[in-house]
Design a protein around this ligand. Structure first.
Ligand SMILES: *Cc1c(COP(=O)(O)O)cnc(C)c1O
Length: 232
């Protein structure tokens, strides 16, 4: 199957999962994760209807940016502070904020560019040593600090990548945990001009339907749309 067929199939499954959970399918965005895929493949997904795409790495995003059709770009991988300025005017959201330091750099660069950047805080929900993201216990403090100090940043919610596994039912408990944190964040009473907590970024190729059942508002799907990635 080609990218178009895959994209439409994932879209349909995402929508069916929403309906099963009594949710409005339109409340969940399908993001196509395009790392290690070509500009032609990405444009094929856009032709099939993709509105949002996600890249992990700044360099790779920049190398494709000019040749990809108009679309909403998201940065979903670990972001080094010294690269923020290169993408600040190219992405609509940064999903991987894991320190006040990074938020402050985003704030500074957004200010220089005359914009307000939407961000998510990444939670290392499986407490894995190899993964980036903050510990769950740190979330409320970091959210307060960011909204206290960063006037050019708008906190939109949280993102998680559960420990890798073949069984989506294993992801479910991590998704629930992340959803609970998301709801706590909504109750925290953060300043309204700096926080609009409406985005829960979770679910990948193997578990996006489960993520939708557990409240995700944006699923990040790569290989189910584009096929296996060729790591070189
Ligand atoms: C690669 C990646 C995805 C997509 O993974 P698939 O399993 O191919 O769907 C989603 N989120 C992040 C942060 C990724 O790096």
């Amino acid at each position: 199957m080609g990218v178009r067929e895959n994209y439409l199939e994932v879209l349909n499954k995402k929508n069916q999962a929403a309906l099963r959970a009594g949710r409005n399918p339109e409340d969940i965005t399908l993001m196509a994760v395009t790392k290690l895929h070509t500009v032609d493949e990405i444009n094929e997904a856009i032709d099939a209807g993709a509105t949002d795409i996600g890249e992990n790495k700044v360099q790779e995003l920049l190398s494709k940016y000019e040749d990809v059709k108009p679309v909403r770009w998201h940065l979903i991988g670990h972001l080094q502070t010294n690269k923020v300025k290169q993408i600040i005017d190219k992405v609509v959201m940064i999903h991987s904020v894991d320190s006040l330091h990074l938020a402050e750099e985003i704030n500074k660069r957004a200010g220089n560019a005359g914009l307000v950047m939407d961000i998510l805080i990444e939670i290392n929900v499986g407490e894995e040593e190899t993964k980036t993201g903050i510990q769950a216990e740190e979330l409320m403090d970091l959210a307060k600090e960011i909204t206290d100090t960063c006037e050019n940043v708008r906190l939109r919610g949280v993102m998680c990548i559960p420990p890798y596994g073949e069984d989506p039912e294993v992801s479910r408990k991590y998704f629930r945990e992340t959803r609970e944190l998301f709801e706590k964040l909504q109750q925290l009473g953060l300043p309204e001009d700096r926080a609009l907590i409406d985005t829960l970024s979770m679910g990948m190729s193997g578990d996006y339907e489960t993520a939708v059942e557990e409240g995700s508002t944006i699923v990040r799907v790569g290989s189910a749309i584009f096929g296996k990635r060729n790591y070189r």
